[in-house]
Design a protein. Structure first.
Length: 415
């Protein structure tokens, strides 16, 4: 029993230690993108918006995109209305977007919709220089395309924006999501950039050079962003992170509303662990490739709530069980718990989290119990449906005025 407990606690301590390494690296990572040269050619962007019954939230994004600080003639907005039963297509057309309607009885979902739309756009007379993928319930910072244009000019071919929560103060669930994404979508990609790894893809706010998508066709799996990232790094590509380009998305107001979305995400992530982690680790060891090793570790690390729950379990075992090496066991348990506190609050600080995100941590125990129950259902065989629209906040919420790029008073110079 003692050996098993120490092995379990050592594994948790190793994972938390890796998160602390990313935390330290994130503090030293560049937080601004240098502007493109004045004489640099402007890239032409095709903005792709997959939408399934999004007539209520889609107008907010389309209006937001018309206000970007980028030449309008270099931007084309495409909405794919996928298996819609509402007025999504009509609403998109009324707001000036090019609409593509798609219906398929079995190949349903965001990945299939994007794959179909990208293939259609290759047939246009003048294909774009780059593709932007945005969810229909999102808005972006005014500098979004300026930052991405500068990144592409530097030779970056796959770029992930900072994907954050819109209006976290409107519900405890949204505020908790903000805290979770501050570490997952800001701190960790920042740390990876500093360490020379790949930032990863988050499914929203992704930008790809056209030649990259020609070389590596878009995936259509349940978690197409994770799988596509795996395929890219196995092919020698690397995703970079643009912390000063922000995409905010609406989140469910309640845990019940978030259930189907989370089942879909976590089920897909577990599928990716089984399918890719052995390959990544084998090649990482064979080639001594840190990018592949880091990507494998990223998939192995459980969600923060699960990691915290396992750490509490390890701490309780260290206190209750009369093990011969109790002192070492307690030290490992304390390290994992204290390390996660440092990691969480560092992420909130780096992302300039609002007060609502800190207050929401008081509700973390309830969220922890819900997440553990959700994981239990997945492990028992509960499967997500293909593309069921998640109920989210539909109130009009303004674009956050103080996103990371604006609040950073003393940004580090870009490398």
């Amino acid at each position: 029993m003692t050996t098993l407990l120490l092995a379990f606690q050592s594994l948790l301590a190793a994972l938390v230690g890796y998160l602390l390494l990313l935390t330290a690296a994130a503090w030293r990572a560049p937080r601004r993108t240098p502007p493109a040269a004045a004489n640099a050619r402007r890239h032409r962007f095709a903005i792709l918006i997959p939408a399934h019954n999004e007539e209520r939230l889609l107008p907010g994004l389309l209006a937001n995109l018309r206000q970007l600080a980028y030449p309008a003639d270099a931007v084309a907005i495409h909405v794919v209305a996928d298996n819609c039963t509402d007025r999504t297509a009509a609403v998109a057309a009324a707001h000036g977007a090019t609409v593509h309607e798609r219906t398929h009885a079995t190949l349903r979902g965001k990945g299939y919709a994007l794959q179909w739309l990208i293939n259609r756009l290759w047939e246009t007379a003048v294909p774009p220089d780059a593709f932007v993928i945005l969810d229909a319930d999102s808005v972006v910072s005014p500098n979004f395309l300026q930052v991405m244009d500068a990144r592409l000019a530097r030779g970056e071919r796959a770029v992930q924006a900072y994907y954050a929560v819109r209006a976290p103060e409107q519900s405890g669930s949204a505020a908790l999501r903000y805290a979770a994404l501050a570490v997952l979508h800001y701190l960790r990609p920042q740390g990876r950039m500093r360490l020379g790894a790949s930032a990863g893809l988050k499914g929203n706010g992704m930008v790809f050079a056209a030649d990259l998508l020609r070389q590596h066709a878009w995936s259509a799996s349940l978690t197409e962003d994770i799988e596509y990232h795996m395929q890219l790094i196995l092919a020698g590509e690397r995703v970079t992170f643009a912390p000063d380009a922000v995409v905010w998305a609406e989140m469910p107001d309640t845990l019940a509303a978030a259930h189907s979305q989370n089942v879909r995400w976590e089920q897909g992530r577990l599928d990716m662990v089984r399918q890719y982690v052995p390959r990544l680790l084998a090649r990482a060891c064979r080639e001594r490739n840190f990018v592949l090793f880091d990507a494998a570790v990223e998939q192995i690390i459980p969600p923060f709530s699960i990691l915290a729950g396992l750490s509490l379990l390890g701490f309780a075992a260290a206190v209750v069980l009369p093990t011969p090496r109790r002192r070492l066991s307690r030290r490992l348990a304390l390290f994992t718990l204290a390390g996660q506190v440092v990691y969480l609050f560092a992420g909130l600080r780096l992302a300039h989290a609002p007060a609502a995100a800190y207050r929401a941590l008081l509700g973390a125990p309830r969220f922890l119990a819900w997440k553990i129950a959700l994981y239990g259902r997945i492990l028992l065989g509960h499967r997500a449906q293909a593309w069921v629209r998640t109920d989210r906040n539909t109130n009009e919420t303004p674009i956050p005025a103080n996103h990371t790029a604006q609040k950073e008073k003393n940004p580090r110079p870009s490398a």
